[in-house]
Design a protein around this ligand. Structure first.
Ligand code: ATP
Length: 317
């Protein structure tokens, strides 16, 4: 039976602005998403039974129907019943490197990898935009995870405009292993606290979302000016997460006060905090300094970098 091994990179948010309420009940967002080198490995193989099986080496990740990778396989079965009948079920193995519930789109990138893997297994020949369209029914971050790189994401996060790739900006990620922030809680709390200032009519929503295309951080990305990008990092959700999670606030403060840090921000709904650096040497140095400043085995630190791709095939047998 054929199998594919796929690399599924995490993402960070260089920018996250909550613009308002959409008529479908979701938030209208303007984000800039960036793929990073930290990645899970996903193996997808055809099996003779008509089932979907998920295995994962991480105890916090469910292996039942609530796993986004499972849901991606289920979607492919529903969409392509003839291919399913021809090729049989699918076994999915997830080797987790990306911290879970971290604001790094771990589940979404796993789902994107399964869409790409099954497309290959079943020889469907889907285009990138067809894969993204399927992904958007699973979650707002899934379409971005398919192609990855650097992109503006508007709407619920599923409307993508690619930006020139930002290669090789070095990153330190910091996340407390046992600390999770619910994405649903973060957005609900933001609505409770700041909903009064939301834009609600569709013309103004669209105009504001489009404004991000000519914003200062996009200019800095077009100029490939990492110092300026780092100065223009922004995340509205910090307004609700930092006051409630002092550990996240402390990480932000520690990074902000280290020499050599270009800029620091929480990713997505957190609780991961990242900092940007010119060189890997500086990133490794600051990682050590943060480790010394916070003596807590629960704190995980990773050195990684910006990359220019989303899901990639590592090997096939
Ligand atoms: P996002 O940045 O897209 O909001 P996240 O990085 O905050 O996502 P995930 O790592 O995707 O969060 O995990 C969120 C929840 O989803 C976890 O509590 C976990 O139980 C569940 N989950 C389902 N499928 C997966 C998966 N394949 N990998 C990780 N978590 C998963």
């Amino acid at each position: 039976m054929r199998s594919y091994s796929l690399i599924a990179p995490a993402k960070i948010n260089l920018y996250l602005e909550i613009i308002g309420d959409r008529s479908d009940g979701y938030h209208e967002l303007a984000m800039i998403l960036q793929s990073i080198g930290l990645a899970d490995e996903i193996d997808v193989r055809s099996i003779s039974s008509e089932n979907i099986h998920v295995h994962c080496n991480h105890p916090q990740v469910p292996t039942d129907k609530t796993n986004l990778a499972y849901r991606a396989a289920e979607l492919m079965v529903r969409q392509f019943p003839e291919a399913f009948a021809k090729y049989g079920g699918v076994e999915i193995s997830i080797k987790k490197q990306i911290p879970v519930a971290a604001g790094l789109a771990g589940g979404s990138t796993n789902a994107a990898a399964v869409l790409v893997g099954i497309d290959l297994l079943w020889k469907l020949g889907l285009t990138q935009s067809e894969l993204e369209e399927l992904g958007s029914t699973l979650g707002s971050d899934v379409p971005f995870c398919v192609a990855g790189g650097t992109a503006i994401a508007t709407g619920r996060g599923e409307q993508l405009s690619p930006l020139p790739s930002l290669d090789n900006i070095c990153i330190v990620l910091a996340k407390y292993r046992s600390l999770e922030v619910s994405t649903a809680w973060a957005y609900k709390t933001y609505r409770q606290q700041f909903g009064d200032s939301y834009i609600r009519d569709s013309d103004n929503l669209e105009a504001r979302a489009n404004a991000v295309h000519s914003g200062a951080i996009v200019k800095a990305i077009l100029d490939k000016d990492s110092g300026e990008i780092a100065q223009k990092l922004h995340n509205d959700l910090e307004r609700v997460v930092l006051p409630v999670y002092p550990q996240v606030f402390q990480l932000r403060e520690i990074f902000a006060n280290q020499e050599g840090v270009l800029g620091t921000m929480m990713s997505g709904s957190g609780p991961t905090v990242f900092a940007l650096f010119e060189s890997e040497q500086q990133a490794e140095k600051i990682k050590l300094q943060v480790r010394e400043a916070i003596v807590d085995e629960d704190l995980e630190l990773f050195v990684t970098r910006t990359i220019t791709h989303g899901i990639q095939v590592a090997s096939s047998v």
